[in-house]
Design a binder for this molecule. Structure first.
Ligand code: FES
Length: 227
C-alpha cells in the first residue's frame, strides 16, 4: 500500500471505529468502502487491500462487493457526482433533454469525468422523487424540477468553486470525498439542514387521508340507513 504514515494512521483509527459497530468484522465492508472513497476519491487498489487486511477478507472478495454497487467508483471520481434521472417519468418531463444538453455542455458521457476532475456525469434510475420530476442529484442531494438551463447553471457554479444549495437543503453540496465520509458513518453535523418532505410529496398523503375519511363517512351513512 502507498498510504503515507499519517493517512494510514487516520484510516486505521476510523476503521477501528467502523468495525466496532458490528459483531462480525466482515459486516463492516460497505461503510469501509465509503471510508476509502473518502480518502482516495474512489475505491482504489490500495483501498481494496486496506479493507481486505482490516476485515480478514481477500482482495477478490472486497472487489466483488465494490463492483456490485454503483455507488462505489472504481476509477478516480469527480469532485461532484452529477446524476440526471432519465427513468420514465423524469424522461417524459424533460430528463432526456436535460441529459443531452448537460452531457454536451460538459463534454462527457455516462460514467465519465471531466478533464478537470470536477464532474462525473451519470444517468440515474428513479430516485423515488418522481413528484419533483425531472430531478438531478449532485452527490446524492436533490435538485428538483430542473430544466436544461438550471442543470447547466448548477454544474457551472460548482465547477467555478461556488457554494451551491440543493433544492431541499442543506446549505451547500458537499464534495464526493466529504459525502463519502458521512456515508461511512461519520456525521458532519449537518443532517438537520434538510427541509424534509415538501408539498408535492405530501399531496399524495393528503389525498389518501381524504379518500379514507370519505370512505369512512360513506360506510357510516350506509350503516345508519340500514338501522
Ligand atoms: S422517474 Fe425520476 S425520480 Fe422517479
Amino acid at each position: 500500500m502507498t498510504y503515507d504514515e499519517t493517512t494510514l494512521a487516520q484510516l486505521t483509527a476510523d476503521a477501528a471505529d467502523i468495525v466496532g459497530r458490528y459483531p462480525v468484522a466482515r459486516s463492516a465492508l460497505l461503510p469501509m468502502l465509503h471510508l476509502v472513497q473518502s480518502v482516495d476519491g474512489y475505491v482504489s487498489p490500495d483501498g481494496i487491500q486496506f479493507c481486505a487486511d482490516t476485515l480478514g477478507l481477500t482482495a477478490a472478495e472486497v472487489s466483488a462487493v465494490a463492483t456490485f454497487y454503483t455507488q462505489y467508483k472504481r476509477r478516480p471520481n469527480g469532485e461532484y457526482q452529477v446524476g440526471v434521472c432519465t427513468n420514465t417519468l423524469c424522461a417524459v418531463m424533460g430528463g432526456d433533454r436535460i441529459w443531452e444538453e448537460l452531457s454536451e455542455h460538459v463534454g462527457v458521457g455516462h460514467d465519465e469525468t471531466t478533464e478537470d476532475g470536477s464532474v462525473t456525469l451519470e444517468r440515474l434510475e428513479c430516485n423515488a422523487a418522481c413528484d419533483y420530476a425531472p430531478v438531478m442529484m449532485v452527490n446524492w442531494e436533490f435538485f428538483d424540477n430542473q430544466t436544461p438551463e438550471s442543470a447547466k447553471d448548477v454544474v457551472d457554479r460548482l465547477r467555478a468553486g461556488e457554494d451551491v444549495a440543493p433544492t431541499r437543503g442543506p446549505a451547500k453540496v458537499c464534495t464526493f470525498k466529504e459525502v463519502s465520509r458521512v456515508l461511512a458513518g461519520f456525521e458532519d453535523g449537518r443532517a438537520d439542514e434538510d427541509q424534509g418532505p415538501g408539498a408535492p410529496t405530501l399531496a399524495g398523503l393528503e389525498a389518501a387521508r381524504a379518500a379514507t375519511a370519505a370512505a369512512a363517512a360513506a360506510d357510516s351513512g350506509r350503516t345508519e340507513a340500514q338501522q
